[in-house]
Design a protein around this ligand. Structure first.
Ligand code: TYD
Length: 145
Protein backbone atom coordinates (compact mmCIF):
# COMPACT_ATOMS: atom_id res chain seq x y z
CA UNK A 1 0.00 0.00 0.00
CA UNK A 2 1.30 3.41 -0.94
CA UNK A 3 2.16 5.58 2.06
CA UNK A 4 -0.23 8.49 2.49
CA UNK A 5 1.72 11.76 2.40
CA UNK A 6 -1.04 14.37 2.28
CA UNK A 7 -2.07 16.10 5.50
CA UNK A 8 -5.15 15.11 7.45
CA UNK A 9 -5.45 11.63 6.01
CA UNK A 10 -4.36 8.04 6.60
CA UNK A 11 -5.48 4.44 6.27
CA UNK A 12 -8.04 2.88 8.57
CA UNK A 13 -7.99 -0.91 8.62
CA UNK A 14 -11.08 -2.70 9.84
CA UNK A 15 -11.27 -6.14 11.38
CA UNK A 16 -12.19 -8.72 8.76
CA UNK A 17 -13.51 -12.12 9.65
CA UNK A 18 -13.05 -14.67 6.88
CA UNK A 19 -15.81 -17.20 7.09
CA UNK A 20 -14.11 -19.66 4.78
CA UNK A 21 -16.44 -20.05 1.79
CA UNK A 22 -19.29 -18.29 3.58
CA UNK A 23 -18.03 -14.77 2.87
CA UNK A 24 -16.33 -12.01 4.82
CA UNK A 25 -17.60 -9.98 7.74
CA UNK A 26 -16.06 -6.53 8.16
CA UNK A 27 -16.81 -4.32 11.15
CA UNK A 28 -16.57 -0.53 11.71
CA UNK A 29 -17.35 0.77 15.20
CA UNK A 30 -17.89 4.50 15.68
CA UNK A 31 -15.44 6.40 17.94
CA UNK A 32 -13.33 3.22 18.04
CA UNK A 33 -12.24 2.03 14.59
CA UNK A 34 -13.53 5.29 13.12
CA UNK A 35 -12.04 8.41 14.78
CA UNK A 36 -15.40 10.13 15.24
CA UNK A 37 -19.00 9.40 16.11
CA UNK A 38 -20.67 8.28 12.89
CA UNK A 39 -23.66 10.49 12.10
CA UNK A 40 -24.20 9.57 8.45
CA UNK A 41 -23.51 6.66 6.11
CA UNK A 42 -23.87 6.82 2.34
CA UNK A 43 -22.90 4.48 -0.43
CA UNK A 44 -22.41 4.86 -4.15
CA UNK A 45 -23.11 2.11 -6.66
CA UNK A 46 -24.20 1.71 -10.30
CA UNK A 47 -21.04 3.42 -11.51
CA UNK A 48 -21.71 2.39 -15.08
CA UNK A 49 -19.92 5.36 -16.57
CA UNK A 50 -16.28 4.41 -16.07
CA UNK A 51 -15.09 7.89 -17.05
CA UNK A 52 -17.11 9.62 -14.36
CA UNK A 53 -15.29 11.66 -11.74
CA UNK A 54 -16.97 12.19 -8.39
CA UNK A 55 -16.02 14.23 -5.36
CA UNK A 56 -14.20 17.34 -6.57
CA UNK A 57 -14.73 19.11 -3.27
CA UNK A 58 -13.39 19.56 0.25
CA UNK A 59 -15.21 19.94 3.54
CA UNK A 60 -14.72 22.77 6.01
CA UNK A 61 -15.55 20.62 9.03
CA UNK A 62 -17.04 17.26 8.15
CA UNK A 63 -14.66 14.31 8.54
CA UNK A 64 -15.19 11.12 6.59
CA UNK A 65 -13.75 7.67 6.01
CA UNK A 66 -14.13 6.29 2.51
CA UNK A 67 -14.12 2.58 1.62
CA UNK A 68 -14.25 0.60 -1.58
CA UNK A 69 -16.32 -2.37 -0.45
CA UNK A 70 -16.40 -3.99 -3.88
CA UNK A 71 -14.25 -3.61 -7.02
CA UNK A 72 -11.74 -0.76 -7.21
CA UNK A 73 -11.36 2.93 -7.90
CA UNK A 74 -8.70 5.62 -7.70
CA UNK A 75 -8.90 8.15 -4.88
CA UNK A 76 -7.25 11.50 -5.55
CA UNK A 77 -6.15 13.49 -2.49
CA UNK A 78 -4.92 17.09 -2.41
CA UNK A 79 -4.18 19.05 0.77
CA UNK A 80 -3.38 22.23 -1.16
CA UNK A 81 0.35 21.50 -1.07
CA UNK A 82 0.67 17.86 -2.09
CA UNK A 83 -1.39 15.66 -4.37
CA UNK A 84 -1.54 11.90 -4.34
CA UNK A 85 -3.49 9.09 -6.00
CA UNK A 86 -4.38 5.96 -4.10
CA UNK A 87 -5.71 2.69 -5.50
CA UNK A 88 -8.69 1.63 -3.42
CA UNK A 89 -9.18 -2.11 -3.79
CA UNK A 90 -9.31 -3.54 -0.27
CA UNK A 91 -12.74 -4.01 1.26
CA UNK A 92 -11.50 -3.52 4.83
CA UNK A 93 -9.04 -0.64 4.30
CA UNK A 94 -10.52 2.85 4.19
CA UNK A 95 -8.97 6.29 3.91
CA UNK A 96 -9.61 9.07 6.41
CA UNK A 97 -10.68 12.27 4.71
CA UNK A 98 -9.98 15.01 7.22
CA UNK A 99 -11.08 18.60 7.00
CA UNK A 100 -9.91 20.72 4.08
CA UNK A 101 -8.82 17.81 1.92
CA UNK A 102 -9.78 18.09 -1.76
CA UNK A 103 -10.72 14.64 -3.03
CA UNK A 104 -11.79 12.94 -6.22
CA UNK A 105 -12.97 9.44 -7.05
CA UNK A 106 -12.46 8.00 -10.54
CA UNK A 107 -11.40 4.97 -12.62
CA UNK A 108 -14.23 2.88 -11.24
CA UNK A 109 -14.12 -0.84 -11.98
CA UNK A 110 -17.29 -2.66 -12.93
CA UNK A 111 -19.27 -3.54 -9.84
CA UNK A 112 -17.48 -0.91 -7.78
CA UNK A 113 -19.29 0.07 -4.58
CA UNK A 114 -18.14 2.89 -2.30
CA UNK A 115 -19.18 3.39 1.29
CA UNK A 116 -18.56 6.58 3.23
CA UNK A 117 -18.90 7.16 6.97
CA UNK A 118 -19.30 10.81 7.96
CA UNK A 119 -19.00 12.77 11.20
CA UNK A 120 -21.84 15.16 10.35
CA UNK A 121 -25.24 15.23 8.75
CA UNK A 122 -25.43 16.49 5.18
CA UNK A 123 -24.87 20.26 5.02
CA UNK A 124 -24.21 21.89 1.66
CA UNK A 125 -22.68 24.96 3.37
CA UNK A 126 -19.84 22.72 4.64
CA UNK A 127 -18.72 22.00 1.06
CA UNK A 128 -16.02 23.87 -0.84
CA UNK A 129 -16.74 23.02 -4.46
CA UNK A 130 -14.50 25.59 -6.13
CA UNK A 131 -10.83 24.59 -6.34
CA UNK A 132 -9.49 28.17 -6.41
CA UNK A 133 -11.58 28.97 -3.34
CA UNK A 134 -10.09 25.86 -1.66
CA UNK A 135 -6.51 26.98 -2.43
CA UNK A 136 -7.19 30.51 -1.15
CA UNK A 137 -8.61 29.12 2.08
CA UNK A 138 -5.56 26.85 2.54
CA UNK A 139 -3.23 29.78 1.86
CA UNK A 140 -5.07 31.87 4.45
CA UNK A 141 -4.71 29.10 7.00
CA UNK A 142 -8.46 28.60 7.04
CA UNK A 143 -8.30 25.03 8.22
CA UNK A 144 -8.41 23.17 11.48
CA UNK A 145 -5.41 20.88 11.16
P1 TYD B 1 -21.83 14.99 -3.75
O1 TYD B 1 -21.38 15.03 -2.34
O2 TYD B 1 -21.46 16.14 -4.63
O3 TYD B 1 -21.36 13.62 -4.43
P2 TYD B 1 -19.88 13.11 -4.79
O4 TYD B 1 -18.90 13.82 -3.93
O5 TYD B 1 -19.91 11.65 -4.52
O6 TYD B 1 -19.65 13.36 -6.24
O7 TYD B 1 -23.40 14.82 -3.74
C1 TYD B 1 -24.17 14.60 -4.90
C2 TYD B 1 -25.58 15.10 -4.64
O8 TYD B 1 -26.19 14.37 -3.57
C3 TYD B 1 -25.64 16.57 -4.25
O9 TYD B 1 -26.76 17.16 -4.90
C4 TYD B 1 -25.88 16.57 -2.78
C5 TYD B 1 -26.60 15.26 -2.53
N1 TYD B 1 -26.27 14.66 -1.22
C6 TYD B 1 -27.21 14.64 -0.20
O10 TYD B 1 -28.34 15.15 -0.35
N2 TYD B 1 -26.88 14.08 1.00
C7 TYD B 1 -25.65 13.53 1.21
O11 TYD B 1 -25.38 13.00 2.33
C8 TYD B 1 -24.68 13.54 0.15
C9 TYD B 1 -23.31 12.92 0.34
C10 TYD B 1 -25.05 14.12 -1.04
Amino acid sequence: MEKIRVLNSGYITLKKIHDDRDGNLIIAEGSKDIPFEIKRVYYINNLENSISVRGLHAHKNCQQVIFCINGSFTLGLDDGHQKQKILMNKDNVGVFLGKMLWHTMEDFSSGCVLMVLASDLYDESDYIRNYDDFLIRIKNGDSSF
